[in-house]
Design a protein around this ligand. Structure first.
Ligand code: FE2
Ligand code: FE2
Length: 222
């Protein structure tokens, strides 16, 4: 049975990290494929840019959620955890996103296409390379310890706040919500969906928004 009780802070962070981990890997592979073979049709082109744009927005939204809500909340409870170091690395990733985002805009408009595509691949590859070294200590020194520090009801309140904050920053929703849902396995998606407004899960993503995000389908899990 689907219940929010089966979710907690650790599960919510595992899910968002898994979304980004897969998103980075798929984006790098796709960019390398486009560099080698070009786009196979207009839909493929649209899907690639939508996918990379969604990844960038979700990554940024996750870091803002950690910096603005999660890290301040746990700072006193986990005095040994290097929260400032992690925030510093978020800043370094923002610098890469500040290269990636304008390259995506230009490349999509076929403005310096080849150069910008190489810039995109390069930025994604650097993010992908550094990402495991960022989430491993977060997992070991923060996420895996959080469960024991906070009562269940308080965890549910926090996870709700995290989800709201990610949705506040990860836009446009017609791309980022399907991006998050379909970069997760079916079982993880079911738990993650509990924190997304029901209207999005039941109507907007599968019906109203479908035409806007379906170009990303080749990159997503079914
Ligand atoms: Fe982080
Ligand atoms: Fe994180």
């Amino acid at each position: 049975m689907s219940t929010k009780q089966e979710s907690n802070i650790a599960v919510s962070f595992y899910n968002i990290h898994n979304i980004i981990t897969r998103g980075l890997r798929v984006s790098v592979e796709s960019a390398q494929g486009v560099l080698q073979r070009g786009f196979q049709g207009e839909r493929t082109r649209e899907g690639f840019f939508n996918y990379v744009r969604s990844l960038s927005s979700v990554l940024n939204a996750h870091h803002l959620t950690e910096d603005d809500i999660a890290f301040p909340y746990f700072r006193e409870k986990l005095p040994e955890a290097p929260f400032d170091d992690w925030t510093y690395w978020h800043g370094k990733m923002v610098e890469i996103l500040d290269e990636l985002n304008p390259a995506v805009e230009k490349c999509e408009k076929k403005d310096e296409f080849e150069t910008k595509l190489r810039n995109i691949e390069n930025a994604l590859a650097r993010l992908n390379e550094g990402w495991p070294y960022h989430i491993q200590p977060e997992t070991d020194e923060f996420i895996n310890k959080a469960d024991a520090l906070v009562p269940v009801e308080e965890q549910l309140r926090l996870v709700s706040l995290f989800a709201e904050n990610v949705l506040k920053h990860a836009v446009p929703h017609y791309l980022t919500v399907p991006f998050m849902l379909y970069n997760l396995s079916v079982e993880d998606r079911r738990v993650f969906s509990l924190w997304i407004p029901a209207e999005m899960i039941q109507n907007l993503v599968p019906v109203v928004w479908k035409e806007k995000w379906v170009s990303m389908a080749p990159h997503l899990m079914t």
